[in-house]
Design a protein around this ligand. Structure first.
Ligand code: PSU
Ligand code: MN
Length: 304
């Protein structure tokens, strides 16, 4: 490697023994949830991956070094840090070059996972096409990354703050497989239903692992998006959320929030407006995704 990369002791041991690994992002920690729930959730997500037979590798850039796997102290420090950059494909190399510190979005985490040879990644929701994109052109770099980088991403769909039909249309255009897990429609992050039929449906981790491996064998670039519905007991009905999302979007527009700030602003306002209910749902769905991702990683490693 010609750049500074450090594997945590746990991840290094997994690499040495060929144990299955699951990549985790860090933007959800620094920009997606408030402290201390962010660090508590990150710890629970890592534990969930371990319980299901894989080793978690949370990605972050700290002081110019790409970290694959964070120690508990590093996780705590990142969760408390202020003014951490939100890194995507465009700026991760620049951050390392400058000796900076930044959290990885879905796009940047996929890049890190590929570098580390990790095939599976669990997160909450991917970025996508924002409502009003026909005016703002705001489309997350996560979608392009899914088209290029061979990592299977387990998410609860795209966040309901987005224009879901346009998001899935772009994924289709980019040739990204969108696989709903165990149901016929794609989930909508905080709720199980979106009304959008799933392009693909799979019911087992093994099948998803086989499709991932086959794409590699066939030389098809890019990853897979596994859209894993939030557990029923944790979901929030779309009707309940619609006015909250509308209010958050209106505030973002009134305050001129743009570019990278849009998604964190909306998530924060929705947490506030739902008095934490959206946060509880967010935590439940990330844990659910960690579980499935571990199952896929175990299946890919060919271990029972
Ligand atoms: N999903 C969450 N919380 C988050 C994000 C996703 O539940 O904080 C983050 C992810 O890191 C995703 C990013 O890649 O938001 C998308 O940002 P943007 O829309 O600016 O591309
Ligand atoms: Mn954007």
């Amino acid at each position: 490697m010609t750049f500074p990369i450090v594997y945590s002791p746990e991840v290094q041991a997994a690499r040495d023994s060929g144990a299955p690994l699951v990549a985790l992002e860090s933007t959800i920690i620094t920009h997606g949830m408030p402290y201390p729930q962010n660090v508590e959730t990150a710890r629970k997500v890592e534990a969930e991956v371990r319980v299901h037979g894989a080793v978690p590798a949370t990605m972050a850039v700290m002081d110019g070094v790409l970290h694959v796997g964070l120690t508990d102290a590093q996780l705590e420090a990142l969760g408390q840090a202020q003014n951490v950059a939100k890194l995507s494909r465009a700026d991760i190399a620049a951050c390392i070059a400058r000796g900076g510190t930044g959290a990885t979005t879905v796009a940047a985490t996929m890049i890190c996972a590929r570098i580390a040879g990790i095939a599976v990644f669990a997160t909450g929701g991917i970025g996508g096409v924002h409502k009003g994109a026909e005016e703002t052109f705001d489309i997350s770099a996560d979608l392009q990354e899914l088209a290029q980088t061979p990592v299977t991403v387990v998410a609860a769909g795209a966040k309901a703050i987005l224009d879901l039909p346009k998001t899935f249309e772009v994924l289709e255009t980019l040739g990204v497989p969108v696989i709903a897990f165990g149901q016929d429609e794609v989930p909508a992050f905080w709720s199980r239903a979106s009304g959008i039929p799933a392009p693909l449906r799979m019911d087992s981790a093994e099948e998803i692992a086989r499709a991932h491996a086959l794409r590699g064998d066939m030389g098809i670039p890019g990853g897979q998006l596994v859209a894993n519905p939030i557990p029923s007991e944790a979901e929030i009905a779309a009707e309940t959320l619609a006015p909250v999302i509308a209010q958050a979007l209106a505030e973002a527009e009134a305050q001129g929030i743009a570019a990278k700030a849009v998604t964190p602003f909306l998530l924060q306002r929705i947490f506030e407006l739902t008095e934490g209910r959206s946060l509880a749902a967010n935590i439940a769905l990330v844990l659910n995704n960690a579980r499935l991702a571990a199952g896929i990683a175990v299946a890919l490693a060919g271990k029972p």
